[in-house]
Design a protein around this ligand. Sequence first.
Ligand SMILES: Nc1ncnc2c1ncn2[C@@H]1O[C@H](COP(=O)(O)OP(=O)(O)OP(=O)(O)O)[C@@H](O)[C@H]1O
Ligand SMILES: [Mg+2]
Length: 377
Amino acid sequence: MKGATALKGLNGSLSGKLIRKLAPKKTEYAAVDIGSREIKVVEVSIADGSPVVVASGRYPTPAGVLDAHVNEEDLVNALNELVLVSGIQVNEVIATISGDRVITRHVKMPVMPEKELETAVMFEAEKFIPIPVDELTIRYINLGEIESGGDKYLHLLLAAVPTSFVYDYNEIFIRAGLTVAAIDLQSLGLWRVFGNLKNSTAKNGTVGILDIGASATQFVVVRDRALQLTRTLPVGGNLLTRSLAEHYGLDFIKAQQMKEEEGELLSTDEAAVSATADAMQMDFSLRDGLSGLVREIRRSLDYYAAQDSATAIERYIISGGTSKLKGFREFLTGAMETPVDFGNPGIPGLPDEGLIDAPFDPSFAVVLGTALREVAE
Ligand SMILES: Nc1ncnc2c1ncn2[C@@H]1O[C@H](COP(=O)(O)OP(=O)(O)OP(=O)(O)O)[C@@H](O)[C@H]1O
Ligand SMILES: [Mg+2]
């Protein structure tokens, strides 16, 4: 590292090349996902060639953090605590950005040289973003060429974030002793983990990935490893919590605890023969909230189906904390009339929740994918 620092003083691209050659190759990557319910962190090592999770942890997100009343102090403390309990060893992290902070849009642009694309993207962004572009940090990824009406286009995913938010975010991490190396989209993390890794279970065919968190759901469609569509749905496990709160007359926190500890959806067989009245009431209350979630998923599905290039989704991969609800996978299989699985990225060392069909704690999918950002497969 010392050599690299010394060389920074040199001018020109040669110094850049030398630095890359002389600096030790990075083998540890950490990521932080500040979810609305829990902050997740993982550290991945590629020292032995393929990725292995060497540290991980999750910690409750302080209340109010993701709404207008951000209490930065509480968030800094929570991050500090999480660094300690997880035992991550690096302080440079890749952070994800929650769905409501970022505006993303899939756009179709005429094929053009990379240099011109930059300007064209800005022009395009101005059309659909209500905020002045000079207050935004705008990035795009090129998802490849598509054909439409006999012409070739570039399929781009545009992402725009208020620049002030990026500064605030960096500041919070710095106060917790961490440096943000990059900010990444949750959808890209999910795509890597379930749709693009060498060992991923969902790399063939058309797969819908649903990461169902607390306040939002990420919907990603991948076809033969290529990203087709990403959408953020403004619904998640909080719908179920609210529905329990109403049915049982509890406050939000108590209802959430009840859901996480005792929540269970019954199969139709159980409901018909062996369920107790309490179990039936729980099932009923949860389904009330779930109907809103399913409605939103169907709406996104219709949106996807209306695209020129859409092909039928053959199966779903679920992740996110809400997918841990007992009976949820079976429920969604029935609701979507399509097979639903917990995906398996085939990476050792991931935290295990002891769930019967999930190979790792599915609330770690986003943060794992974020940590794999720099890990070429
Ligand atoms: N065992 C469980 N049964 C039912 N729900 C659960 C269980 N465990 C966690 N949840 C729910 O999962 C949600 C949290 O999931 P996750 O950690 O993926 O969300 P998040 O990333 O914090 O939120 P978001 O992505 O919406 O910002 C909460 O609604 C929580 O109550
Ligand atoms: Mg989340």
